[in-house]
Write a protein that binds this ligand. Structure first.
Ligand code: CAA
Length: 258
């Protein structure tokens, strides 16, 4: 399938989505989000894909929601069209891991998109921020909720109330990204990370994602109980038998993703 504002391709067992509106710094309009959703659902349904990677270009991962597209919205336009919820929340339904590979600006909705992914790897030139306050609005795609959970209340307040940007090293220290790499190696390293994940047993990978995400949505006791039940269920997997047999027999496991 060909898209107008994204590129979608398979690299081995990795589904790669590249935001492709470079002249607008990959500003996120409805079409971009609808195309991204279509590509995400296609990769999620594809047995040959084990991990999904979302990236932009060297200058911008995404500079936020498309300001030109929304500047004349009325309250009724936003409310009736369920702006953000309708086109942006699909990412939350994807069951395979989604990695954000961020170079350049990840601002507003771009920073929020990063946080909706399961993990993020940043290039040294990455800049993260929630500058919506400059526009007379607040973050509207989960920024006020995910930033304090992922970083801290103080950092969330700082970014949202002053529009300050975090550079890549600050984002690493704050817990927003898990790795920082040189710009020219970002894709190589992000793909290597995605390929590694995609090489493991797919049901186990999906269960780990589901369990870690539980940590954000429930109490510790409930989360641990959820983890324990999912862990017990893994003894029904062929891949558990293969993985442990391979360890005992001192060979590499061959996972069948079931
Ligand atoms: N929406 C629409 N167009 C955008 C855009 C956005 N979010 N960000 C950049 N662009 C466009 C610019 O209008 C410009 O277009 P023209 O060439 O036609 O003039 C082009 O991309 C290049 O941008 P700049 O000339 O501004 O490039 P720069 O290098 O000087 O600055 C930047 C880069 C710091 C990212 C700056 O463009 C900027 O501040 N962008 C807006 C960032 C922002 O406020 N994001 C939040 C959006 S609101 C939101 O996301 C709400 C939400 O929570 C969902």
């Amino acid at each position: 399938m060909t898209y107008e504002f994204i590129l979608s391709e398979k690299k081995g067992r990795v589904g790669l989505i590249t935001l492709n509106r470079p002249k607008q710094m990959n500003a996120l309009n409805a079409k971009v989000m609808q195309e991204m959703a279509a590509a995400l659902y296609a990769f999620d349904a594809d047995e040959g894909v084990g991990c999904i990677l979302i990236t932009g270009n060297d200058k911008a991962f995404a500079a936020g929601a498309d300001i030109a597209a929304m500047k004349d919205y009325s309250y009724m336009d936003a409310y009736k069209s369920d702006y953000i919820t309708r086109d942006w929340e699909h990412l939350r339904k994807i069951r395979k891991p989604v990695i954000a590979a961020v170079a350049g600006y990840a601002l507003g909705g771009g920073c929020e998109l990063t946080m909706m992914c399961d993990l993020a790897i940043a290039a040294e030139n990455a800049k993260f921020g929630q500058p919506e306050i400059n526009l007379g609005i607040m973050p509207g795609s989960g920024g006020t909720q995910r930033l304090p959970r992922f970083t801290s209340k103080a950092i969330a307040m700082d970014l949202c109330l002053t529009a300050r940007m975090l550079d890549a090293q600050e984002a690493l220290r704050a817990g927003l990204v898990s790795r920082v790499v040189p710009v020219d190696t970002l894709m190589e390293q992000a793909l290597a990370m995605a390929e590694k994940i995609a090489g493991y047993s797919l049901p186990v990978v999906m269960m780990i994602k589901e369990s870690i995400n539980r940590a954000y949505e429930t109490s510790l006791a409930e989360g641990v109980l959820f983890e324990r039940r999912v862990f017990h269920s893994q003894f029904a997997l062929e891949d558990q038998k293969e993985g442990m047999a391979a360890f005992v027999e001192k060979r590499k496991p061959t996972f069948k993703h079931r």
